[in-house]
Design a binder for this molecule. Structure first.
Ligand code: SF4
Length: 362
């Protein structure tokens, strides 16, 4: 890890949960002169246990504890709110050390649990259908703040339950924070810690084209692309990133993305009634993805009071799906989970803002 990526608190102590194993070892063993065995013991404790103090880590020499206390600290995320939906979705709102609030959503799918994680506070991409986009980018999440989401959710589960999949589809554009995302996901994959296989991790992007190749070079994780439109003009209307990186460029980057055999790119398509849900859109989408190993997720829009956008009727969604399937694409309709807890991207954060505005003194 380059030195600039070391995260500190205001007393200059190093954030130990932002260091992947190689960086952690380099710090504790090469720089501080401690043993590799003790370094591994501390690292393992930080990523498998709730942290209370360095005193609570078993079998550490007194000198090691003192050194850690002086030079390092272990951040956490405070649980602001946990909201369970009737469909089994659970939304976690976390308060970071600077007061910023981020969210993770735990989604059951048959007997598996998928955790949807945030990568930024707010987002700079300004997709018009997304409430997080209204916030703008407040700041990048540190590697520790990303990787602690599966750690803390995992620790809150009963012993018989485990998170099976991680998806970076929550608040933020993950590839806009690649410097912190890569160490965070390396931490998620470490077999002495969170131990997620790379096939269990999916990173979603709206199309930060140059960063897609960087991601592929750094980590062998799955890629999802939030495509949502089938012409340049249509995409520019709802996804401003298209002005910088066109749909054609994005699809070229998808074609060039190195995929292991048998793997495909997941294309997400938010369906907006009367805008991108016509048969012609389905045909164009099938044409655009020709030659790219693809799976498609259709996501009927999650209606909300902040947008005058409508979800298509169920028959329209299934007709759209049928056209794609006729063309040989594996196409799923994503049931919008957790509507009663505002689990769609950014909606609870927005609801909180609205309530705060209502209750704020004039
Ligand atoms: S959809 Fe994703 S990339 Fe677009 S504004 Fe929302 S959080 Fe950002």
């Amino acid at each position: 890890m380059p030195p600039h990526a070391l995260a500190h608190d205001d007393q200059g102590r190093i954030d130990l949960r932002s260091l992947d194993w190689d960086a952690f070892r380099a710090l504790m063993v090469d720089e501080w002169g401690d043993s590799a065995t003790r370094a591994r013991r501390v690292f393992r404790h930080l990523w498998t246990q709730p942290f209370t103090s360095f005193e609570a880590i078993p079998n550490l020499a007194l000198a090691t504890r003192r050194m850690l206390e002086q030079r390092a600290y272990v951040p956490t995320l405070q649980t602001e709110q946990v909201i369970e939906s009737e469909d089994g979705t659970t939304k976690f709102l976390w308060r970071c050390e600077d007061g910023a609030v981020i969210e993770s959503v735990l989604i059951p799918d048959n007997d598996r649990l998928t955790l949807c994680m945030s990568s930024q506070v707010g987002c700079a991409m300004a997709c018009t259908f997304c409430l997080t986009g209204d916030m703008g980018l407040k700041r990048q999440l540190k590697a520790s703040e990303i990787a602690m989401q599966p750690l803390l959710v995992g620790l809150s589960l009963p012993p018989e339950k485990r998170i099976a999949n991680l998806v970076l589809m929550g608040m933020g554009e993950p590839l806009h924070n690649l410097d912190n995302l890569v160490p965070a996901l390396t931490l998620c994959m470490d077999d002495h810690g969170l131990n997620f296989g790379h096939r269990k991790i999916t990173v979603s992007t709206v199309g930060l084209v140059p960063k897609m190749a960087e991601l592929a070079a750094a980590l062998p994780v799955n890629l999802a692309v939030s495509i949502n439109a089938t012409t340049e003009e249509q995409r520019r209307q709802i996804m401003p990133i298209t002005r910088k990186h066109s749909l054609a460029e994005l699809l070229d980057a998808c074609r060039a993305f190195p995929l292991p055999s048998g793997k495909s790119i997941l294309f997400e398509y938010v369906m907006l009634a009367g805008f991108n849900d016509a048969d012609e859109d389905a045909v164009r989408l099938a044409d655009l993805l020709e030659g790219i190993p693809s799976k498609i997720n259709l996501i009927p829009y999650n209606e909300n009071p902040d947008r005058d956008l409508r979800r298509p009727a169920p028959e329209r969604v299934t007709a759209f799906q049928a056209l794609l399937m006729q063309r040989g694409y594996f196409t799923k309709i994503r049931i919008t989970r957790g509507i009663d807890v505002s689990a769609a991207c950014g909606q609870l954060g927005k609801a909180r803002q609205r309530n705060a505005a209502v209750s704020a003194p004039a």
